[in-house]
Design a protein around this ligand. Structure first.
Ligand code: ADP
Ligand code: MG
Length: 693
């Protein structure tokens, strides 16, 4: 690791709600979905504060040792043949050893009027047990609570370690080039258009453009797989990449907080703020169940005691119900799992923007793919040039000049083949139409470069291409001057990845593209897509996605996979928008729900499997934790379970949750081998506009 890299930022969760979540841009549509009334926001804020309070415990070996010591002492004093005051005092020792901090917090909660505070409830429960003569139960509540908290804090610590490793991707220092030399400055103070110097081994601190030098940038740590690429003057320098070989100078184009790397880190850290529907539902249940259980516990302590006079028995039973009433551990059990999944993904270049995203992706049965840059490489090559009335090089040059500013893969291919970079041609009034092409004012003439739809829009008569591939037509001032055939290759491993997705539960696969029918059909039949629709504008893709969403099975969702170029609107309108290969596209990282930073298409089934695994584990945790609480409440009230056994059982449930979450965090990947099963081409499923959109 380069020396100048600073220590990772403190990664511990903030103890109270941090509404800086506003920093995360939620697409307008989704904002609407997430809009809440002020009342429910306040309720949510309280619950989040409570939840974070309970999770704001640091794992500490000394505390764990203390809790274990208290447990041993409890066992010893339990079997000691003591009685009366000596017995009470001997139980108070393990009770205080494990519970002194909870008692202190309980006082604080009581002082602040937080009557449903976890520590207050638990402290009251154990004091009730002591009053009822159940000394073992009273001490056990504190000891097992401490052990549970340590287990949860351990998982949090493991997560924090992984997040800290992610932070090493963000350099906090930069070598700023000034008139009088180079000086080291804080990277978060860099401004647009400043020039920085990067030596071999340096991490790119923020996004920019290389203006001097040639080198290789290594993005492996960022994307979670091997990825490096050469850079020279004009290439983009992406934050989080390591400058691998020689010094380069970079012109800053984004402040560090807006860089790709910061967006990724922010998303990884803040995913917990977007709760899954499961968490929201449990929180809602809790907001009624906790006060109800507390009231029930007090009624159980008072009413039967008055009628029977046996207040000790009922006080002990009421204490059991009180310990069950602090239900935040049920939400914690879900939160923990999704947090672990988000951190696990981020460390592998897969950024999940929220727990809700993981949950929704796990239920995705319809997968819709944009063609370019997702199932294909998105690296077009010029295959053929068919000039009309101009020379081949003139046609290429004009097209290349018009495309100079575009980041579309077709534009890059034409520019690379045209030599327009090296010229000083004046290109004005550039206007790019997504899904169509580009027009520009060059040397006093309007140049149009795009597909057939673009030519038709401008009333230009064009030739039908005679060779396979995508035809990009060129016209000057309404006069057709020929077309360029470009071709893109299928991504390595695309077939395996799509099959893997099917094996994981994706039932319907759909290909949407703005490209021509012939290219779309070829790809769709190789990859066995169920539906294919070509020559679509981005708006039509949105309509297609909305149509598919409205026709999906209940309880399932739709995920759209795009590359972030010309499809950001579609990414926003799908339930789950997945952007692929977006380590150099900050906008795609920003608008997507899942950002796959690297180019490896196998990341896609991996993302799907992470989501499925976490949703399964979250469900299991809820069932186990909820069932244990319910059992204790029923059998505790009936007098079958004593407080000691109830506390032990709840601790066991929390340990189970923690282990389940750790399994997600430390999952060892063994990729499922897809069955090689070639199906016949799916041209029959290509539907007409009328039936599909
Ligand atoms: P896809 O749906 O495969 O991702 P796009 O929506 O990005 O493709 O583009 C659809 C079609 O629009 C392309 O196949 C091309 O014909 C045309 N097109 C889009 N942008 C450009 C451009 N900058 N130059 C030329 N043609 C373009
Ligand atoms: Mg696209």
């Amino acid at each position: 690791m380069p020396k100048h890299l600073a220590q990772p930022e403190k990664t511990k969760r903030k103890p109270v709600i941090d509404f800086s979540a506003k920093e995360i841009r939620i697409p307008e549509k989704k904002q609407k979905k997430k809009a809440k009334s002020h009342a429910s926001k306040t309720e949510d804020a309280f619950q989040t504060a409570m939840l974070n309070k309970t999770l704001d415990r640091k794992f500490s070996l000394s505390e764990l040792v203390l809790a274990l010591l208290a447990l041993v002492l409890l066992v010893v004093v339990y079997f000691l043949p003591t009685s009366g005051l000596v017995r009470l005092l001997s139980f108070l020792v393990p009770f205080l050893l494990a519970g002194y901090s909870y008692l202190f917090e309980a006082f604080q909660e009581a002082f602040m009027g937080i009557v449903l505070g976890r520590e207050l409830i638990v402290s009251v429960a154990s004091l009730m047990a002591f009053c009822a003569g159940s000394y073992g139960g009273g001490a056990a509540v504190m000891i097992f609570l401490k052990l549970s908290d340590m287990a949860l804090a351990y998982v949090e610590m493991m997560q924090a370690e992984k997040v800290a490793a992610l932070y090493s991707l963000r350099s906090d220092k930069a070598n700023l080039v000034k008139d009088n030399g180079v000086s080291v400055v804080k990277a978060d103070g860099l401004k647009r258009d400043q020039v920085i110097e990067l030596y071999a081994g340096d991490v790119v601190p923020t996004d920019g453009t290389v203006i001097d030098g040639t080198s290789v940038l290594d993005a492996s740590a960022l994307v979670g797989g091997s990825l490096s690429f050469p850079v020279a003057a004009g290439s983009r320098a992406i934050s989080g990449c390591v400058n691998a070989t020689a010094p380069i100078r970079v012109r800053v184009e984004a402040e560090q907080k807006d860089s790709v790397c910061s967006t990724v880190l922010r998303a990884a850290e803040n995913s917990w703020m977007h709760k899954s529907s499961q968490e929201r539902l449990i929180q809602k249940v809790i907001s009624y169940a906790t006060p109800a259980l507390v009231i029930a516990a007090f009624l159980l302590a008072i009413v039967p005691s008055i009628s029977t006079g046996d207040w000790r028995t009922w006080l002990a039973r009421a204490a059991v119900i009180l310990t069950v009433s602090q239900l935040y551990s049920v939400v914690q059990s879900v939160k923990l799992v999704y947090d672990c999944a988000a951190v696990y993904g981020s460390a592998r270049g897969i950024v999940f923007k929220g727990h809700d995203v993981l949950e929704a992706l796990s239920r995705a049965e319809t997968l819709v793919f944009d063609k370019t840059g997702t199932v294909t490489e998105g690296k077009y090559r010029v295959k053929d040039v068919f000039p009309k009335g101009v020379s081949e090089s003139q046609l290429l040059f004009l097209a290349g000049a018009a495309e100079l500013s575009s980041i579309h893969p077709i534009a890059r291919a034409i520019v690379a083949a045209s030599g327009a970079y090296a010229s000083d041609v004046k290109v004005l009034d550039v206007e790019e139409t997504p899904g169509r092409g580009i027009c520009a004012f060059i040397d006093g003439r309007n140049v149009y470069v795009g597909n057939a739809a673009m030519m038709e829009e401008h009333g230009v008569e064009y030739d039908m291409p005679s060779v396979p591939g995508s035809a990009i037509h060129v016209a000057i001032d309404g006069r057709y001057i020929g077309h360029i055939i470009v071709d893109d290759a299928l991504r390595d491993g695309a077939f395996d990845a799509i099959e893997e997705l099917r094996m994981s539960g994706a039932k319907t696969s759909v290909l949407l593209t703005g490209d021509v029918h012939s290219s779309a059909r070829k790809i769709a039949s190789v990859l066995n897509f169920d539906l294919v629709k070509a020559e679509l504008s981005p708006e039509e893709k949105c309509k297609a996605v909305e149509y598919l969403m409205s026709n999906r099975n209940v309880n399932t969702t739709l995920a759209f996979v795009g590359d972030g170029i010309c499809d950001t609107e579609v990414l926003k309108c799908a339930t789950v928008g997945i952007a692929m290969g977006c380590f150099d596209k900050p906008e795609a990282v920003e608008v997507s729900d899942v950002a796959i930073l690297g180019e490896d298409i196998h990341q896609l089934p991996k993302a799907y499997q992470i989501a499925e695994r976490s949703a399964g584990a979250a469900f299991l945790n809820t069932v186990v934790c909820g069932a244990v609480k319910l059992l204790i409440a029923i059998f505790g009230a009936a007098g079958v379970f004593g407080l000691l056994f109830a506390a032990l059982l709840q601790c066991a449930a929390v340990l189970f949750e923690a282990i389940n979450a750790l399994r997600i965090l430390n999952y060892e990947e063994t990729r499922q081998k897809p069955r090689i099963k070639w199906r016949k081409g799916r041209q029959k499923n290509e539907r007409s506009d009328e039936s599909f959109i």
